[in-house]
Design a protein. Structure first.
Ligand SMILES: CC(C)(COP(=O)(O)OP(=O)(O)OC[C@H]1O[C@@H](n2cnc3c(N)ncnc32)[C@H](O)[C@@H]1OP(=O)(O)O)[C@@H](O)C(=O)NCCC(=O)NCCS
Length: 173
């Protein structure tokens, strides 16, 4: 198994992986046009030419990036694909010289070994626009984790009417 940067022909497989985890609010749905537009955010893991896992690094700026849309086919779990994805996304964050990587998750135990720690702070530029389309937006149970110093700067304007949750945010990666 290997992790590699995603290319446009991977978009359909990525959508299928994400779709399988949206009904329970684990991941946010991503449309095909959205995936094509953001395909450079994604890495995939292939096993014998089949895409068995995907994940994305969304860049907010040098101060912050977010790991999201991580999913591995149920049949391929436990083989190390999830680890390959996180490592590849963290390598990309280093290449981009991002100082802090965040993730919003219900499985903190999966991310802790990579150096992520739980934070109760709100994150500059983690815009809660995504929350608006999350089925769990009124009962968010995700845990915010960061790897690296909490950013102090903010580059994007806040969205009117979107309040930042105190403990967790996101509502699907
Ligand atoms: C989470 C997920 C990506 C893990 O993928 P995977 O390929 O099974 O993970 P790996 O085989 O690389 O496991 C790496 C390590 O994480 C651990 N791990 C796997 N799933 C875990 C979980 N749900 N909670 C805590 N630890 C987990 C493994 O035991 C392994 O630990 P080890 O190094 O001590 O053996 C996969 O279970 C998945 O797609 N889940 C559904 C979607 C999801 O929850 N995505 C994350 C949203 S934040």
């Amino acid at each position: 198994m290997d992790a590699r940067s995603a290319i446009l022909p991977d978009a359909v497989a990525i959508r299928a992986l994400i779709d399988a985890h949206t009904s329970d609010g684990t991941l946010l749905p991503r449309s095909l046009p959205e995936l094509y537009e953001n395909i450079r955010d994604f890495v995939v893991v292939e096993d014998d030419g089949v895409v068995v896992g995907c994940g994305a690094l969304h860049l907010y700026g040098e101060h912050l990036a977010e790991i999201r849309s991580i999913a591995v086919m149920p049949e391929a779990r436990g083989w190390g694909a999830g680890r390959l994805l996180v490592r590849a996304l963290l390598r990309e964050s280093l290449r981009q010289q991002v100082s802090c990587v965040c993730v919003f998750t219900r499985i903190p135990g999966f991310f802790a070994p990579f150096g992520f720690v739980v934070t109760h702070e709100t994150l500059p530029d983690k815009l809660y626009k995504d929350c608006r389309r999350c089925a769990r937006r009124h009962a968010c149970d995700e845990i915010a984790m960061i790897r690296g110093p909490l950013p102090e700067t903010e580059v994007a304007p806040r969205l009117a009417g979107i309040r930042r949750p105190i403990v967790a945010a996101g509502g699907g990666l």
